[in-house]
Each structure stands twice: as C-alpha cells, then as structure tokens.
Design a protein around this ligand. Structure first.
Ligand code: AKG
Length: 323
C-alpha cells in the first residue's frame, strides 16, 4: 500500500484534523499571523491578467473586479431565501455532523437560529452550505451571476461540453465556518467571487510539503521554514475576485456570514495532467476497486457520486459502452 508522505495531500479525517490543528496553535499558526497578502490589483485588463498571472501560474487578488454585479450590490441571505427558497440543498456541517437535505429557506432559518446558539456556546457548530451547484436547482440565480471575461479560458467546455463545464458553485455560510485545507481536484484553477461578507483565505503553493517528523507528528516548523511553502493570508471582500492557479492549497475562514461564487477553470496548459488524473481515478475505480476502497475508504463513495453526476451532465448512458 502506497502511503502519501505529504500530509497536506491526504484525505483521511485524522490528517485533515492534524492540519487544521496546525492552523490553531504552533509554528504554522504563528507564521500565518505574519504571512503576507497576495498581490492585489485594481482595474487589471484581461490581457494583463493573462500575461502577468495566468501565463505564469501566479495567484492574484483582483480588488473590486466584480463590484458592479447585481449580486454584489444587492444579495443577502434573506434575498437568497426569497429568490430560491424552495431549492433543495445539502447542508454540510463544518465539523463533521452528517449532512442534511433542507431547502434554502430552511437553511437560512436554521442559520439565524444557530447564530443565537453560537453566541451562547463557543463550541456550537457554524452552519455551512458548501459547493451548492445552484444552476440545476435554482437557475433563476444565474442571471445575477454573469460570466467573468477572465474565466473564459476554461477548456472543460471543449472537453466535456457546456453542461458539464459550467459548474459554478455557491458557498453560503455562517460566521466562524471553515473550509479546511485542500487542493482542488483535476488541476482546475480557482476563480472565487466574493458576493456577501468577508472571508479570510490562507493559501500555500503547490510545492508545500508537510511531512511527519521522527516523533511521528507533522513537522509544521519545517513546513513554514521552506521557501516553496509560499504561505499567504488575505481577506476577500464583496466584489473581490481571487485567482488561484491549479494545485494551490487553500483554507477559508468565514469572518462574517458569507456568500461566495466558485468558478473553476481548466487552463489548456494543464490538459494532460488533468486527463491523467481523471483517467487514473476512473481506471483505479474500475480495475482495482477492492484495493482503492480499502486504502481510500473516505474517497471512493465521493468519487463514484461525482463521476456519476459528471456522466449525467455529459448525457452519457452508463448502461452502454458507446455513446
Ligand atoms: O469559500 C469557501 O469556503 C471555499 C471555497 C473553495 O474551496 C473553492 O472555491 O475552491
């Protein structure tokens, strides 16, 4: 069995908890307090963005890039409940309570009730709706969330067709909510538009390595000392857009109640590793299911659900061998 040596790349709960604990106390927590922000640019043209950041795979914070969007100017949690209250969503709790199916109206109600609880009990759990693929369940919201011109390079359109490529997701959550450290799968770039509230992002470069020391504990001191870790901390405010190239690690803390739009893009230069990762995943599931289920018990059901949804969006009939 191959053990992933970089704890940041592991998907089991224990490793994710270890990394999260590192952000709360110890050398990593100390380092993030002084970590620099990202370069922040205002009024950048698409050509400048492509040349200075995308072509170099360097992250950038585009200040106020979406400030004139209707959603940025007018949205609130109540507005979401009004416009899409009947839509069904899966509400994940950030610290591991089993996910629940609720409507958006119920979610907003629960969130308000939970705000009182959070004030009284610091250990109560903030509510968080992560990765809501709203385009299926609440397509009426799409008109208020225009396409970003700088995101038009998404090559997945050419590969999988429009339906499978337009995977905008809303992230709606309550102050105190956390999205734990992860890299996005399949080499896609993160384009994140902050619509409501403030989110604090902690990011690390793709080469960051967290290894176990001789004592069997993660060596956070070595992680923060290595120049390739490239640790940054910055806040995303309404109207700001973040570009984070493929494989950058990210962790997010909700400083206030927040709504953000995630828009993932595949850069053509990452086509080969993208396809390799997708094929690796599909072939491992198909040809070596028993072993991967043993070595990645937490990932296999997610991957199967994800690939079924993908096939569905592409209009593939899984009962047939040829479309
Ligand atoms: O906003 C969040 O909580 C997480 C966003 C994220 O991880 C992403 O867009 O990839």
């Amino acid at each position: 069995m191959v053990i992933e040596e970089n704890v940041l790349r592991r998907h089991d709960r224990k490793s994710i908890d270890l990394v999260e604990a590192g952000f709360r106390t110890g050398p990593l927590a100390d380092a993030v307090r002084d970590a620099p922000g990202l370069p922040a640019r205002e009024g950048l043209s698409k050509a400048e963005f492509d040349r200075e950041y995308r072509a170099r795979s360097r992250p950038v914070l585009l200040k106020g890039f979406a400030a004139d969007w209707t959603a940025v100017r007018t949205w609130s949690l109540d507005y979401l409940a009004e416009r899409s209250g009947d839509a069904e969503v899966t509400m994940d709790s950030v610290r591991g309570t089993p996910p629940r199916r609720v409507t958006v109206a119920e979610f907003v109600q629960l969130l308000k009730a939970n705000a009182d609880l959070l004030q009284a009990d610091p250990d109560a759990e903030p509510l968080h709706l992560q990765e809501w693929y709203y385009q299926n369940s609440a397509p009426q919201l799409a008109a208020e969330l225009p396409e970003l011109d700088i995101a038009q390079y998404d090559f997945r359109r050419n590969l999988y067709g429009d339906d499978a490529a337009t995977n905008h997701q809303l992230w709606v959550g309550q102050r105190g909510g956390i999205t734990r450290t992860h890299q996005d799968s399949y080499l896609v770039d993160v384009m994140h538009v902050q619509l409501v509230g403030t989110k604090r992002w902690y990011v690390m470069g793709p080469q960051a390595q967290l290894r176990l020391g001789a004592d069997g504990e993660p060596d956070f001191a070595a992680l923060v000392a290595a120049p390739e870790t490239e640790l940054h901390r910055f806040d995303l405010e309404p109207g700001d857009v973040l570009y984070l190239p493929a494989n950058w690690y990210h962790r997010i803390e909700l400083r206030t109640d927040s709504v953000g739009l995630g828009r993932k893009c595949l850069d053509e230069k990452n086509l080969q590793p993208h396809m390799r990762q997708r094929l690796n995943e599909l072939l491992a599931l198909l040809l070596n299911y028993d072993e991967v289920e043993k070595t990645h018990p937490e990932l296999t059901p997610i991957l199967i659900t994800r690939n079924r949804a993908w096939a569905n969006r592409m209009g593939l009939d899984l009962a047939r061998l040829r479309p």
